[in-house]
Every structure is written in structure tokens, then in C-alpha cells.
Design a protein around this ligand. Structure first.
Ligand SMILES: [Zn+2]
Length: 238
């Protein structure tokens, strides 16, 4: 019980119970961590000694911040195997220094072989972008997804069922973000140097847990269109 009645019969908030519940949920995290360390060490006594030596992941995961789509659990991978960037609705914006820094480091320093944009059905960000409601600051972020809708308005407007329309926008958003990554000089310059870098688009079906590869894997700039493909010559000095 977090409320009780005062002398006037009005409900008052029991701060002590709220504080206790809050402390319990927080302490659970610390206890879970200790239990996890114990389990890991029981499996492999050198696990953390090796983990502390460094990382060489082959995958960069650009996923949604949604709590239901954790990169390692979805892919059955361990700490050290996936470099991760997440934001609301897995959007790749050309002016986002956070995303670009993660991408540059992953591609040019870690030399990852796969970049995966991972969206998911039931994405609140995509659903919000499809509505006409204001949500505050986030509207500026979601507008990038409205732009995806505008690009594919003919196809999307023809889908009568709203749930199906949101699902299709989730898929199209993933494809467009893969395309956005391929437009960057980071990806295009890496392709000039090596042939082992692929950019993929996935949609996770929360209802089944399964990943649907969107078949938009790119490993060269040839399908970008002439305005996006950078020339192979060096950048002009002036
Ligand atoms: Zn989402």
C-alpha cells in the first residue's frame, strides 16, 4: 500500500512506502549484477580478465532504444561481440554527431564487418510519427520518420488497416536508414578500401522474437544513385 487516509478521510501518499519500493527495485539491479558475475565466473574463471583486455566486435548494431530489443539477447551474442548504438526508432540522421562518431569508430577503428539497422514491430516512435499529435521535443526527431512516410506515401496510404500501415512504415524506415548509412562518406570510403563491409536492415517481430531480414543488404555504392555516390578521387584541397 502506498496510500492511506488522513483524519479528513482523504488519501495521502505514503512517501516511506514509495521510497522503500524504489530502493528495492534499485537494489535488485545491484544484486542481479553480483549474481551475474558469479554465474559468469563459474562458467569461465577468466571471463572478466579476458573481457578487460579489449574488444574486437564484428558487428555494429544500430537499434531502437525500446527496452524489448536488446542487441546481445536478440542475437545470442556475448559481451564483446556487438558494438551498439541505440536511439528512438533507430534513425540514422546525417547531422547526428553521436551516430556518426559511433559509425566512424566502428567502421574505421574496430573494422566491423556488418552494420545492422534493427527496427521492430510495435515501435512507439514509428507509431507516434504516423500520428498528428504533438509529443514535445521528440517531434523534431520523429519528423525524420515522417519524411520516410512522405517518400512512400503512395504505398502507405493504400494500406487500409492502420496496424498494417505502421508495420510497413517500420520496414520502410529500416530500409531508408540503411540507405542513409550508405550515403555517408564513412561507409563509402570504407568500401573503397575493403570488400568485407556490409550494411543490413532487420525488423524484429516482438510477437515471435524472430528477426526478418529486409533484404536490403548493401556492400557497394552502386545502387545509391549518382547524386549520393562520391567520386573515387581525393577530396579537393581547397
Ligand atoms: Zn522502437
Amino acid at each position: 500500500m502506498s496510500t492511506q487516509e488522513n483524519t479528513n478521510g482523504k488519501a495521502v501518499i505514503d512517501i516511506n512506502n514509495i521510497k522503500l519500493a524504489q530502493a528495492n527495485s534499485y537494489n535488485t539491479l545491484i544484486e542481479n549484477n553480483a549474481a551475474w558475475v558469479e554465474r559468469k565466473l563459474a562458467e569461465d574463471s577468466e571471463f572478466f580478465t579476458n573481457l578487460a583486455k579489449g574488444q574486437s566486435p564484428e558487428v555494429l548494431w544500430i537499434g531502437c532504444s525500446d527496452s524489448r530489443v536488446p542487441a546481445n539477447e536478440v542475437t545470442g551474442t556475448k559481451p564483446g561481440e556487438v558494438f551498439v548504438h541505440r536511439n528512438i526508432a533507430n534513425v540514422c540522421v546525417h547531422s547526428d554527431m553521436n551516430m556518426l562518431s559511433v559509425l566512424d569508430y566502428a567502421v574505421n577503428v574496430l573494422k566491423v564487418k556488418h552494420v545492422i539497422v534493427a527496427g521492430h514491430y510495435g515501435c512507439g516512435g514509428v507509431a507516434a510519427a504516423m500520428s498528428n499529435k504533438q509529443f514535445g521535443l521528440i517531434d523534431n526527431w520523429l519528423r525524420h520518420i515522417k519524411d520516410v512516410y512522405r517518400l512512400h506515401a503512395k504505398e502507405l496510404d493504400a494500406i487500409a488497416d492502420e496496424a498494417d500501415r505502421v508495420k510497413r512504415l517500420v520496414e520502410l524506415n529500416v530500409s531508408e536508414q540503411v540507405y542513409n548509412l550508405c550515403k555517408t562518406t564513412i561507409i563509402q570510403n570504407a568500401w573503397k578500401e575493403r570488400h568485407d563491409l556490409e550494411v543490413h536492415g532487420w525488423v524484429i517481430d516482438l510477437a515471435s522474437g524472430l528477426v526478418k531480414d529486409q533484404q536490403v543488404t548493401s556492400s557497394s555504392p552502386h545502387n545509391l544513385g549518382y547524386v549520393y555516390e562520391f567520386a573515387t578521387e581525393e577530396v579537393a584541397a581547397h
